[in-house]
Design a protein around this ligand. Structure first.
Ligand code: PLP
Length: 387
């Protein structure tokens, strides 16, 4: 079929496809343990659900302003000041249908034909596809397990050209869980200022940071950095609200206005009563976030300890998010072979690293219960003995 060239260049999301397959097999009764989830296994806290129900009952069922209600944008602006030391006015905030949508809007707004976008690898798989859709070129900067999956400054400097328009950062990272330390963020910001490119900081996992570490938003470093930074966040991972589809971008005003305009011609506002739920989450769900974070941290410790005890696997200890990124080089299998055989022969679902630009690794999500982590990792250990 004669589809537009634009869409012919784009690959469907492999992670969503694997998750869908794992869910389907489970529904068919297969005794499957899935480490493929990209979402918290917790339910959305009750107070958040109740706020959405109340708003529905009050008839909050109509269009809202395309960029989200002023009340919600004010609450996000206050959250950014309080939690992130970022000063964005409500007019600089666009509430979208998930952080993914916010990222898409920003990339469409900033990137055109021939623009270069530096992406750290392993990367969240939608970044390069979004850049391709916008007509830009992804310039991949490989990071290594030995460096804690943080970029080297000279390597970053080498990737910058006069065409560099944007650098995408994602700390804590999906798929590695790496957190970029503040000192390194300062050096990155320095390069962005000297070479005049924007930074798109995807902070969707900001609330899921372990070992007592704190999150640093790169835009908080100084005014000039803020003027070159677009900060993206959302409700999905912090409040277990993935299905609600709520995220936001906070940008310099001209970028925010352009994102708002794009959104006004595509989706219009995110769902009205879902916005009411997010508003409540921002106001009163902090205790729930802390409980979920400490559960994730315990699971991280468990899965890391168990996987580290398996010969042939080398796991990176993540400081954030809910994924263990595991090097499988010693098995001599590609990440796809590893994942497919593991699924068929041991009934454990993981995501092949190739989806994130690293064919020597797999991603195992610990957004699942401790007994399932123990049982699933035991299956992996036994399976590896046989291959
Ligand atoms: C790094 C990263 N950014 C953005 C998103 C999108 O989140 P949302 O569900 O809010 O669209 C995800 C979801 O998996 C993610 O892992």
């Amino acid at each position: 079929m004669n589809l537009a060239k634009r869409i012919q260049k784009v690959n469907p999301s492999l992670t969503l496809a694997i998750e869908a397959k794992a869910k389907r097999l489970k529904q068919e009764g297969v005794d499957l343990i899935s480490f493929s989830a990209g979402e918290p296994d917790f339910d959305t806290p009750g107070i958040i659900k109740q706020a959405a129900i109340d708003s529905l009952e009050k008839g909050f069922t109509k269009y809202t302003p395309a960029s989200g209600t002023l009340e919600l944008r004010k609450a996000i602006s206050e959250k950014l000041t309080r939690d992130n030391q970022l000063s964005y006015a409500p007019e600089q905030i666009v509430v979208s249908c998930g952080a993914k949508h916010a990222l898409y809007n920003v990339i469409q707004t900033l990137i055109g034909e021939g623009d270069e976008v530096i992406i750290l690898s392993p990367y969240w798989l939608s970044y390069p596809e979004m850049v391709t859709l916008a007509g830009g070129r992804s310039v991949i900067l490989q990071t290594k397990l030995e460096d804690g999956y943080c970029p080297s400054v000279p390597a970053l400097e080498k990737r910058v050209t006069p065409k560099t328009k944007l650098l995408i950062l994602n700390s804590p990272s999906n798929p590695t869980g790496a957190v970029i330390p503040k000192e390194l963020l300062e050096k990155i910001a320095q390069i962005a200022k000297q070479r005049s490119f924007f930074i798109l900081s995807d902070e969707i996992y900001e609330k899921l940071i372990f070992d007592g570490k704190t999150h640093c938003s790169i835009g908080s470093l100084d005014e000039q950095t803020l003027a070159q930074t677009i900060t993206v966040g959302g409700a999905s991972k912090a409040y277990a609200m993935t299905g609600w589809r709520l995220g936001f971008s906070a940008s310099p005003k001209p970028i925010a206005e352009a994102c708002a305009s794009l959104q006004s011609h595509s989706t219009s506002n995110p769902t009205s009563f879902a916005q009411a739920g997010y508003l409540e989450a921002l106001k009163s769900a902090e205790a729930e976030v802390i409980n979920m974070r400490s559960a994730f941290e315990k699971r991280r410790d468990l899965m890391f300890r168990l996987v580290s005890g398996i010969r042939g696997l080398k796991a990176f200890k993540p400081s954030g998010a809910f994924y263990l990124f595991i090097n499988i080089s010693e098995t001599r299998l590609t990440s796809l072979q590893f994942s497919e055989r593991l699924l068929d022969e041991a009934k454990v679902a993981v995501v092949p690293g190739i989806a994130f630009g690293d064919d020597h690794a797999i991603r195992a999500s610990f957004a699942t219960s401790e007994p399932l982590i123990e049982a699933g990792v035991a299956r992996i250990r036994e399976w590896l003995k046989k291959i």
